[in-house]
Write a protein that binds this ligand. Structure first.
Ligand code: PLP
Length: 447
């Protein structure tokens, strides 16, 4: 291997560079691969930089790779369900379950009373149904998967039309578009009404022999006002029942508690409400307002759930033991009348946040930064309740240099700190920072 043994046109050999690199915590083969790639790209350049510049370049590439590793970060954005930062964090009870299940064998598919093969997640499904006020419930990989499974199951030629209002053909976050999901599931879209108005008559006209199901999609991440109308869920449900067509609602976020009672925010529809109004099946995310791990929860009629679970495709979407145990504990926390970590964060009183801010400022004395207490507006995020904000407390920091450079420096702290810039100041919203992380913030601000 020529590149290993001798330097080429002033480019040092791979080994030479690897030896000169300061200690990194990455596996050696990963470092060697980065060095090789950088050397290969140097070969295509007219001007070869000096060895120190080459080393700096390699070091930068390695540091970029290291920062892409999934690792804990401190979320100072005030966005509670931040999709880029892993959505809902899990509380102690749930993470304890994860640790013990991960480290041990378990009864995932074993019936402890009979001593033989058992059903997967039977306890979870039992309690989840109870929590959703449903006859039955099950769990798949995420809400997108839940919807695909439902569509593939119900929409099969010649009955493959899915009736949906034009006002609900929405896009959620990165690349999840209802019309495209429908198409990818082999269903035919039968759009009805207009963007702002859809009537019961529109539904009635559209339902025919080819209709596989009526789909309602919660407009989770945007909101319409003005000349807007759509029939009540009860009315659509009665119509669907009359024509013996299943009625499915994608709730998106799936709040379990009455959100308007725990914070000055709007009401988010719960699975139990939708089912009570006559929807046959609901699906929602596990890691949005539900406050659990990434999962797609389906709840509703026993006969439908049983058939969905028998679909061969269900096998491709099923969750592993870690996710199932985390959902199981999250469900039990709710059933015990306790709050998920996410709900606790939503409800943290502003006085508590202010006291923490004062302490952080007092303990950051000696740092050259100017830090003041500001008013924040935390958001739910994750495409949930876009109009609702929760009053919060921020640390408003005026750095001595450019604020973007300061933000970059905090992102390279350990653990990385992610805030936001507003009116030329760098801000950290304390509602999304755990109290246990305050010391790390003080440490970073002092440095
Ligand atoms: C977020 C959302 C989804 C996608 O959920 P994932 O769990 O991220 O797959 C689907 N539908 C609606 C209405 C949503 O809000």
């Amino acid at each position: 291997m020529a590149e290993k043994s001798k330097a080429l046109r002033g480019i040092p050999a791979v080994e030479q560079i690897v030896q000169r690199l300061s200690q990194t915590s990455l596996p050696r083969p990963a470092i060697v691969a980065v060095v090789r790639r950088e050397i290969a790209s140097l070969r295509n350049e007219k001007q070869i930089p000096d060895p120190d510049a080459i080393l700096a370049r390699v070091q930068q590439a390695i540091s970029d790779l290291r920062s892409a590793r999934i690792q804990p970060v401190i979320n100072g954005t005030g966005v509670l369900i931040h999709t880029n930062l892993g959505r809902a964090p899990l509380g102690d009870v749930v993470t304890e379950t994860l640790t013990t299940i991960a480290a041990n064998y378990n009864n995932l598919e074993f019936d402890l009373s009979g001593g033989e093969r058992g059903g997967r997640a039977a306890y979870l499904e039992h309690n989840l149904a109870l929590l959703c006020g449903a006859e039955a419930a099950t769990v798949v990989n995420n809400c997108a998967a839940a919807l695909v499974l439902i569509l593939r199951h119900f929409a099969k030629p010649p009955r493959d039309e899915v009736v949906i209002s034009r006002g609900e053909l929405i896009q959620i976050g990165g690349g999840f578009r209802i019309p495209e999901i429908l198409e990818a599931s082999g269903a035919r879209l039968r759009e009805i009404g207009t963007t702002n108005k859809t009537s019961l008559a529109d539904y009635a006209k559209a339902i025919r022999r080819e209709t596989a199901l009526v789909l309602k999609v919660h407009r989770s991440n945007f909101f319409m006002s003005g000349f807007v109308d759509s029939p009540a869920t009860e009315e659509i449900a009665a119509l669907a029942r009359k024509h013996r067509v299943p009625f499915v609602e994608d709730l998106g976020s799936g709040a379990i508690v009455a959100t308007e009672k725990i914070a000055p925010i709007e009401h988010e529809p719960t699975p139990a409400e939708a089912l009570k109004r006559g929807v046959d099946l609901v699906c929602f995310s596990g890691d949005k307002l539900f406050g659990g791990p990434q999962a797609g929860i389906i709840a509703g009629k026993q006969q439908h759930i049983a058939k969905l679970k028998r679909e061969p495709f269900f096998r491709a979407l099923r969750c592993d033991k870690l996710i199932l145990s985390a959902v199981q504990t999250t469900v039990d926390v709710y059933l015990a009348g306790e709050d998920s970590l996410l709900l606790q964060m939503i409800q943290t009183p502003i006085e508590t946040l202010r006291a923490r801010a004062e302490k952080i400022i007092a303990e950051s004395k000696g740092s050259p930064l100017r830090i003041a207490i500001g008013q924040g507006k935390s958001q739910l995020g994750g495409g949930t309740l876009p109009r609702s904000t929760i009053p919060s407390v921020t640390l408003d920091i005026t750095p001595d240099g450019p604020v973007a450079d300061f933000a970059a420096r905090l992102r390279s702290a350990s653990p990385p700190i992610i805030g936001y810039i507003s009116a030329g100041k760098y801000k950290l919203d304390l509602r999304t920072v755990f109290a246990g992380q305050d010391a790390q913030i003080i440490q970073a601000l002092r440095n």
